[in-house]
Design a protein around this ligand. Structure first.
Ligand code: FE2
Length: 376
């Protein structure tokens, strides 16, 4: 952990022109939202929350909203071959379209970000129904991904106006997923620093951690990463860029198959990673496996931890430590046939970092998968 630059003090001084209260929801554009919703319920334990589609007067799409504790996921599919949702899906396959952030004032968030150079993707608007009002706006970020600003302090309904409650007779148990810890973006060659600048200047974020290709390289492939955080640390966006290695970087493989920049993974917090991962595995979520030799010198690397090592080893859970504590984490395989979006399950025990000590073991595991796909 020696070369980590954790500039936590900087975050305190972050200008507060864009106060954020966390992630409101994440919207994925998918090929078949009805079936994706079934997968996220069955495999990840999300619960049915809200629905919009032809039955509610929406003609071009169907959207299913799922919830687990504080995390909301919206799955949207086009109903015809034309239009922006269908075009997005044809090009990228299933992927993240909107990372919506909770704000106190959606109109001011739009004013503050666009006057600093942010490009508007959604002009401020107010949605009303009998439960109150939701105000929202949005700006573009990397690739075709957008950040929406959602203000719901005067709303008491189930999700937002335009959606009806989605009642289902199929309600699998939750798996202990709590909230979005961070969302990682993969950007193209030489695009990491411009995107870092965007988060600094347009959104008032700070760069709290940096990894270069010397930190994150294996025998073959490499990448660079910078972690951007808002002032209170509720919203964190690491940005990855491919780096030159002997063979193709995993970020480059993503860019090839997503056909552009996009969200690489969503990290979801749990308070009991052993229990959560056991359930996810039993329900068919596939995870990257590190060799069992990873655990041979675990205590030498991370010191004392509260957990028994056997269940961690059995499930392939990774451990890393920084100055403030440790963290446990595990990465899923991509959740679609293109090697693009995947999920991370993370339990933080004081650590505020991102598992740099695991990168090598993890990336070697990733490369074995990449090689099986013939893309290394
Ligand atoms: Fe992560």
């Amino acid at each position: 952990m020696e070369s980590i630059e954790l500039n936590e003090k900087d975050t305190i001084q972050t200008s507060d022109f864009l106060p954020l209260n966390g992630t409101d929801y994440i919207e994925l554009y998918v090929g078949n939202a009805k079936q994706s919703a079934h997968y996220y319920k069955t495999a990840f334990g999300f619960q049915s929350l809200a629905y919009a589609g032809p039955e509610t007067g929406i003609k071009d799409r169907a959207s299913y909203v799922l919830v687990q504790n504080k995390m909301r996921l919206m799955l949207t599919t086009p109903l015809h071959s034309d239009g922006p949702i269908a075009e997005h899906h044809r090009k990228h396959g299933d992927g993240v379209k909107v990372i919506a952030l909770m704000v106190d004032d959606a109109y001011d968030a739009h004013t503050q970000t666009t006057k600093r150079g942010g490009i508007s993707s959604l002009q401020p608007k107010t949605l009303n129904d009998k439960n109150g009002e939701v105000r929202m706006s949005g700006i573009k970020t990397y690739g075709e991904v957008e950040h929406y600003f959602i203000e719901r302090k005067n709303y008491n309904g189930i999700f937002m106006p335009g959606f009806v409650e989605w009642k289902s007779t199929y309600n699998p148990e939750p798996t202990g997923l709590l909230y979005v810890d961070h969302c990682v973006g993969n950007v193209g060659w030489n695009q990491m620093n411009p995107r870092v600048k965007f988060y600094e200047e347009v959104m008032g974020f700070k760069n709290i951690l940096s990894f270069d290709d010397k930190d994150i390289s294996t025998e073959y492939s490499a990448l660079m990463s910078k972690v951007m955080s808002n002032g209170n640390g509720f919203v964190k966006f690491p940005i990855n860029e491919p780096a030159v290695g002997k063979k193709k970087s995993q970020v480059e493989e993503y860019l090839d198959f997503y056909e552009g920049e996009g969200t690489q993974h969503i990290a979801i917090a749990t308070a009991d990673i052993v229990s959560t991962v056991k359930q996810l595995m039993a329900r068919g979520v596939e995870f990257l496996k590190v060799p069992s030799s990873y655990y041979d010198d675990l205590f030498d690397r991370v010191g004392k931890i509260e957990e028994d090592i056997e269940p961690l080893k059995e499930l392939g859970i990774l451990v890393d430590r920084d100055d403030e504590g440790y963290l446990l984490q595990l990465f899923s395989k991509p959740v679609e046939d293109r090697p693009t979006l995947f999920y991370e399950i993370i339990q933080r025990k004081g650590a505020k970092s991102f598992g740099k000590g695991n990168f090598k073991a993890l990336f070697e595991a990733l490369e074995r998968e990449q090689e099986l796909r013939g893309n290394l």
